[in-house]
Design a protein around this ligand. Structure first.
Ligand SMILES: Nc1ncnc2c1ncn2[C@@H]1O[C@H](COP(=O)(O)OP(=O)(O)OP(=O)(O)O)[C@@H](O)[C@H]1O
Ligand SMILES: [Mg+2]
Length: 570
């Protein structure tokens, strides 16, 4: 609902005043118009009556030729205070008799009745009178026919005069207006008095008391919650006041409770905030410590794994180096003497041939022995056998060299080496795995590479890890009939870099784990088989130790290719 913008104390009397003024105005207007109408009706009645009487009388007097009496009758009319002018016209509309003597003998045009010329004609034709109200409603004219003379045998009088009476009603109207005004003013004063009484009544019973409620409600709104309204009685306002007081009580009680709980809440909040702060600090401290611990543990695990791997590689190296060393001496001994053996054998064979030439007919005993040992075959086969032994010892020497090459225990410093030697010796170590279980074909695609400055032992370790993983992948490959292959491709990238790509057509690496391959301890292999450190260490060796790059690409079911890129010079 729209709010009423003014206070009742002023708006009620204002409304009463305005409405009584409007009502008064309307009332005066109506009263006046009624009075005017009455005046017009009364005067018209009088004029009709006078017109009929006087015209009849004048007709009579004129018929009898008693003009004098007629004159007296007209002049007597002056006694009527409302009648301003009475004129009698002859048939030519010339004034015969008049209340104002000077108007006699004047034509119609020269008299005030000139305006009624048309009415004169009508009255003569109809022989009946007319009452006319002037346009300004200030005059009433009575126009009546007066047959002045009737000729003998005439049915209709030919000489008809006109009696014209003019009544001035302005004074009467003025009187009526002042009467109506005084009546209206009196009634308005009475109404105003009534209004004032009504207002006083409202003021006392309603406005002042309601004002009290308003005042108290304002104070309560400003926070003075102990304020109450004191209105006596049993009327609606008193009931409102009592309801208001109850409401105020309720508000006060609840506000006090609310304030108390707010204070308590604030206190609790502060305590909580403090606790949260302390706890947050403690937590972040704990988190920091936990992170540090986790980091340390991680480093520890990494170092441990690294140590294990290194230890593994080192023991393998030692073993390989020991074996190589042990084999090296006897094989050198054999290899060194084999040339003599070859020479001595050749000498012996040459000597036997010389003997055969000198003694073409040997004894039967010698012949039997020669047949028994198949001397001819022996002569032919012995050099071949010695040659095979020579090849065999060379192969053993090569293997030993490879083994020593692989172990390279003594080389913890940077050294310029032939990369292919490292790959070869690693393949040699893995020979049994490549050949025994599955026939894995190793395709070597070596380019002409310069000597590479590196840590050879560590690089061999990388080759070892990648090749071992490739063999594992080929072993787990599901394509039974497929040719298992490892392709090693070496190439020079540019003046500063070389590349070694080792690919297998094994099971491949699922995309979901591809980003974890280089994570320490990440393995998909059964417990005891893989530590999950191989690639992590390889990555470290290539990137950190050699400033190179280790990447891979893999497709499940197709295979994997690891690519090592290292600088030629460190
Ligand atoms: N050529 C590859 N084909 C398929 N999967 C591979 C290949 N190379 C590595 N992987 C995957 O990467 C994982 C991590 O290899 P990584 O050499 O680091 O550990 P591992 O071989 O499991 O254990 P180890 O420490 O004994 O080498 C492997 O478990 C394997 O799932
Ligand atoms: Mg591995």
């Amino acid at each position: 609902m729209k709010q009423f913008p003014f206070s009742l104390r002023f708006s009620i009397p204002a409304i009463l005043l305005i409405s009584s003024t409007i009502l008064g105005g309307i009332n005066i207007q109506q009263e006046t118009s009624n009075s005017f109408q009455r005046v017009e009706e009364n005067v018209s009645g009088n004029a009709r009556f006078a017109g009929e009487q006087i015209s009849g009388m004048l007709e009579y007097l004129y018929r009898r030729g008693n003009i004098e009496q007629a004159e007296i009758a007209i002049s007597k009319m002056q006694t009527d205070v409302n009648l301003s002018l009475a004129l009698l016209y002859d048939r030519e509309n010339r004034v015969l008799l008049a209340t104002q003597y000077e108007l006699r003998n004047r034509s119609l045009q020269q008299t005030p009745a000139a305006k009624n010329k048309r009415a004169f004609t009508q009255v003569r034709e109809n022989l009946s009178g007319q009452i006319i109200l002037s346009e300004d409603r200030q005059k009433i004219w009575a126009i009546y026919p007066v047959p002045l003379q009737t000729e003998p045998g005439e049915l209709r009088p030919s000489k008809v005069g006109i009696l014209w009476l003019s009544y001035d009603i302005s004074r009467l109207k003025q009187q009526a207006f002042s009467d109506a005004l005084s009546r209206s003013v009196t009634s308005k004063i009475a109404l105003a008095g009534f209004c004032i009484l009504l207002w006083l009544f409202f003021e006392k019973t309603l406005t002042i008391r309601a004002g009290q409620i308003v005042e108290v409600s304002k104070k309560i709104a400003q926070g003075e919650l102990n304020q109450r309204v004191n209105i006596q009685g049993s009327d609606e306002l008193a009931q409102i006041a009592s309801g208001f007081n109850k409401m105020a009580n309720w508000i006060q009680t609840n506000t006090e409770k609310l304030q108390a709980s707010e204070t308590a809440l604030q206190k609790a909040n502060e305590t909580l905030e403090q606790q949260v702060k302390e706890r947050t600090i403690a937590l972040s401290e704990q988190k920091k410590q936990k992170n540090q611990l986790e980091e340390t543990l991680h480093k520890l695990q990494q170092t441990q794994a690294q140590l294990v791997q290194q230890e593994k590689m080192s023991s393998l190296g030692q073993l390989v180096a020991g074996i190589a060393h042990e084999i090296n001496n006897p094989i050198n001994f054999i290899h060194g003497n084999i040339a003599h053996v070859e020479e001595y054998t050749q000498d012996l064979l040459d000597f036997v041939e010389l003997v055969q030439q000198c003694y073409p007919n040997p004894s039967s005993e010698i012949e039997d022995w020669a047949d028994e040992v198949e001397f001819e075959f022996l002569q032919e086969d012995l050099p071949k056998t010695i040659n095979s032994i020579k090849i065999g010892t060379k192969r053993v020497r090569d293997i030993v060299l490879s083994l020593r090459n692989f172990s390279r225990l003594d080389e913890s410093e940077l050294k310029k080496v032939e990369l292919h030697d490292g790959i070869e010796s690693t393949l040699l170590i893995l020979q049994s795995r490549l050949k025994q279980k599955l026939a894995i074909q190793v395709v070597k695609n070596y380019s002409d590479l310069p000597l590479i400055e590196c840590y050879p032992g560590q690089l061999n370790q990388v080759f070892m890890n990648i090749l071992a993983n490739a063999i594992d992948a080929l072993e787990t490959s599901e394509h039974e009939n497929q040719l298992r292959q490892i392709t090693i491709h070496t190439s020079r990238v540019d003046e500063k870099w070389v590349k070694i790509a080792i690919a297998d057509n094994g099971c491949g690496i699922s995309p979901s784990i591809q980003n974890q391959i280089f994570n320490p301890f990440f393995t998909t292999k059964p417990v005891g088989k893989g530590t999950g450190m191989g690639m992590a260490i390889s990555y470290q060796i290539i990137t950190e130790k050699h400033g190179g790059k280790l990447t891979f690409s893999s497709t499940v079911g197709t295979g994997t290719e690891f690519t090592i890129q290292i600088p030629i010079q460190q």
